[in-house]
Design a protein around this ligand. Structure first.
Ligand SMILES: C[S@@+](CC[C@H](N)C(=O)[O-])C[C@H]1O[C@@H](n2cnc3c(N)ncnc32)[C@H](O)[C@@H]1O
Length: 313
């Protein structure tokens, strides 16, 4: 597997753990966050029995990339996995053996200054994973109220100084156009004592919050997991990798909820079915990267993988 991993452009986070927790045999698999196919290549290689690997990505440039870099058995489609209507026709009648979601942005998106995701690279304030949809970050920051900006920074960025940052953004409207200009305004708004004690760039939390908001990353996540679960066959699995606690909380609550449904049934005795049972989390807690993984790929430090096995009931 070492040789394959070296030929992959996007280092697939928790790839060993993903391979370990896939079903033993797979005919149909859906990857809702295809990216540049790091996981896809490894999974296709490890599972020659796969008939079709359905790969979705909301970013049109990903699909264009796959038109030039085709992978046998991969069917790539521009679609948002949070909207079942965008991919259901692709699956047809097929029930999935597995679905993989590797949430968030890819390294390719982060490292491309023209996409406007990174405060380390000078670029336009766009931040949309699908630039043909919705409005750019700059447009939103020009139109949103100070209260709206505060709430996004607080809720999705968990930024302690959300109010101060939002005030600075509103005060400096018209003075910033680029990622680095915005990052400086944010950094200047945060008290010196907090910056001195922090290990991360002062704009990290705000950029995270703004990205989540602009791309509506969390609002429909729970519901989309429900929709995907309906398409997974008994014995199949849902694997979700998340990068921050807000995402992981939604995934955990959903999976634990599905598991609880079984428990509530057993409380009422064998003949009593309260809700349809869905399966269980295997293992029960999130899988974290090993020291080796962090050494190979330091951004994976905060990644968490949760696996849900749909019960055959
Ligand atoms: C972390 S990367 C995935 C990397 C991929 N697993 C690999 O190994 O190369 C996340 C990708 O998912 C896409 N994405 C994020 N949210 C999405 C959504 N709701 N629907 C479809 N694609 C999404 C992003 O555009 C990005 O390309």
């Amino acid at each position: 597997m070492k040789a394959s991993i070296l030929s992959i452009e996007h280092y697939p986070v928790l790839w060993r753990e993903v391979l370990t927790h896939l079903p033993k045999t797979i005919n149909f698999i859906m990857d809702g966050t295809l990216g540049h196919g790091g996981h896809a290549k490894l999974i296709l290689e490890a599972h020659p029995e796969i008939e079709t690997y359905f790969g979705l990505d909301r970013d049109p440039s990903v699909i264009q990339w796959f038109e030039k870099n085709r992978l046998p058995r991969l069917v790539a489609r521009q679609a948002n996995f949070q909207r079942a209507s965008e991919y259901m026709d692709l699956l047809g009648e097929q029930k999935l053996c597995c679905c993989l979601l590797d949430l968030g942005t890819s390294q390719n998106q982060l490292q491309d200054p023209s996409r406007g995701f990174s405060f380390l690279r000078e670029g336009p304030l766009d931040m949309r994973m699908n630039p043909t949809e919705g409005i750019s970050l700059l447009q939103w920051l020009m139109e949103a109220s100070e209260a709206q900006i505060t709430s996004v920074l607080f809720e999705y960025g968990e930024e302690k100084y959300s109010r101060k940052v939002a005030q600075a953004i509103v005060k400096n409207r018209g003075q910033f156009q680029s990622t680095t200009e915005l990052a400086k305004i944010i950094a200047d708004a945060i008290p010196w004592s907090s910056k001195r004690d922090s290990k991360i760039h002062p704009a990290t939390r705000s950029f995270q919050g703004l990205r989540i908001y602009i791309n509506e990353e969390l609002s429909g996540l729970g519901q989309s997991l429900e929709q995907i679960m309906r398409r997974i066959r008994p014995g199949g699995r849902l694997l979700v990798i998340s990068f921050h606690s807000l995402e992981d909380r939604i995934v955990k609550q959903k999976m634990r909820g599905w598991e609880e449904e079984i428990r509530s049934r057993s409380l009422f005795g064998p003949g009593e079915v309260v809700k349809e049972s869905l399966g269980k989390c295997v293992p029960r807690s999130a899988i974290k990267p090993t020291d080796l993984e962090i050494q190979e790929n330091s951004p994976s430090r905060s990644a968490r993988l949760r696996v849900f096995v749909k019960g055959d009931v």
